[in-house]
Design a binder for this molecule. Structure first.
Ligand SMILES: [Zn+2]
Ligand SMILES: [Zn+2]
Length: 368
């Protein structure tokens, strides 16, 4: 190691020690004032141009891994709370994040950058960013599933609660496997069925986030229609679809949202998807699916599904899941899935639209 790097490392240690002292001092003074979860904002002056994080306040609500969703301008990503970050205070690595290990083969000390336990939060935040969750599902969690729109309807609250518990149960059965401490569970697919907007994607996204945070597994979110359009593009440009499919095949956990949606697919597209699901099945990889289409033995009852009449232009009303995705893919899904049905739950979006409509009507009445 050159003299220069040794010096800069020492300087870095000194700087970290100084920061740690400041942090201790400031957390002592803050704890006296009764810090709570509502004080989530930085003071504007500290944010403006100061690199000094020791004055930071908690923005993660004391999340166990200090992960929070950073929302600044166009930026919307998972990051580490500057106030709760374990690394600067880590005694194991003195804040460098690296581990030293004696290599028995080379008989030398080895430095592994970023390997220290205190970097776990950072690594998992990075994995969360790699999921590719659409912005509106990033905030979701098992605790944050909305129930308000169900109002006083105990039956529906009970039903959504039951759906959530069953999704959580499924996730728990996969933990030993994803932690590489046990065999794959008997059912490795989770399929969420039900009408548009009932919370399927919210719950499935919460499941992805939870599994990544708990185990550090890799996960991907993909929208069925978007995937088809990507496949079409590679086809028309005569490029390989491998670039698109490989990460989806290899992710430890994959969520395909809105399976079966869209116009009638070409046979070759369905074949690619069939291959994808088949490969994930054969490799024993956890796969989550959401769909508005039902198995043939189910049918939508408008009232039970939260609609007053059957909605027009919704093909999920008339077609079943196997009709949309083909018998082969459907059989694979049935064989390997735990099913959770959201039938009978009203749509979040519909409830929201109804409440706007009612408010609008009330305002119009008042004005006339
Ligand atoms: Zn925090
Ligand atoms: Zn450390």
């Amino acid at each position: 190691m050159s003299n220069k790097t040794t010096q800069s490392l020492e300087a870095a240690f000194e700087e970290l020690e100084r920061l740690a002292k400041q942090r201790d001092a400031s957390s002592d003074s803050q704890s006296g004032q009764g810090m709570n979860k509502t004080s989530r904002t930085h003071s504007p002056s500290a944010d403006a141009n100061s690199q000094d994080e020791s004055s930071a306040t908690c923005v993660c609500g004391h999340h166990p891994l200090a992960i929070y969703l950073r929302n600044e301008g166009n930026l919307n990503e998972f990051a580490i709370c500057p106030a709760c970050d374990a690394q600067p205070r880590c005694e194991e690595c003195q804040g460098t994040g690296q581990l030293r290990r004696f290599n028995l083969l080379t008989l030398k000390d080895e430095v592994i950058p970023g390997a220290c336990q205190c970097r776990t939060g950072r690594r998992r935040a990075e994995l969360l960013n790699q999921i590719g969750l659409p912005r509106r599902y990033r905030q979701t969690s098992f605790d944050a599933i909305q129930m308000e729109h169900l109002g006083q309807n105990n039956k529906q609250t009970h039903k959504l609660n039951d759906c959530r518990n069953r999704v959580m149960e499924f996730c728990e059965t996969t933990l030993p496997f994803l932690n590489r401490k046990g065999p794959a569970p008997e059912k490795i697919f989770l399929t969420l069925l039900g009408p548009v907007g009932t919370g399927k994607t919210h719950l499935a996204s919460a499941a992805l986030k939870w599994l990544v945070e708990e185990t550090g597994c890799s996960a991907r979110f993909v929208d069925f229609l978007f995937l088809l359009s990507q496949l079409r593009e590679t086809y028309s440009q005569n490029t390989s679809e491998e670039k698109i499919l490989k990460p989806l095949r290899e992710a430890d956990v994959l969520l395909i949202d809105e399976l079966g949606k869209g116009r009638a697919e070409k046979a070759w597209q369905l074949e690619k998807l069939d291959d994808l699901l088949n490969s994930r099945y054969n490799e024993g990889r956890i796969t989550l699916l959401t769909t508005n289409y039902l198995p043939p033995e189910f049918s939508y009852d408008p009232v039970r599904s939260g609609f007053r009449t059957a909605p027009a232009n919704e093909s999920f009303w008339e077609q079943s899941l196997p009709e949309r995705i083909g018998a082969r893919m459907y059989d694979r899904i049935v064989e390997s899935s735990v099913f959770v049905d959201f039938i009978g739950l009203p749509s979040f979006r519909r409830a929201l639209a109804d409440s706007y409509l009612e408010r609008y009507k009330a305002e119009m009445l008042r004005e006339s």
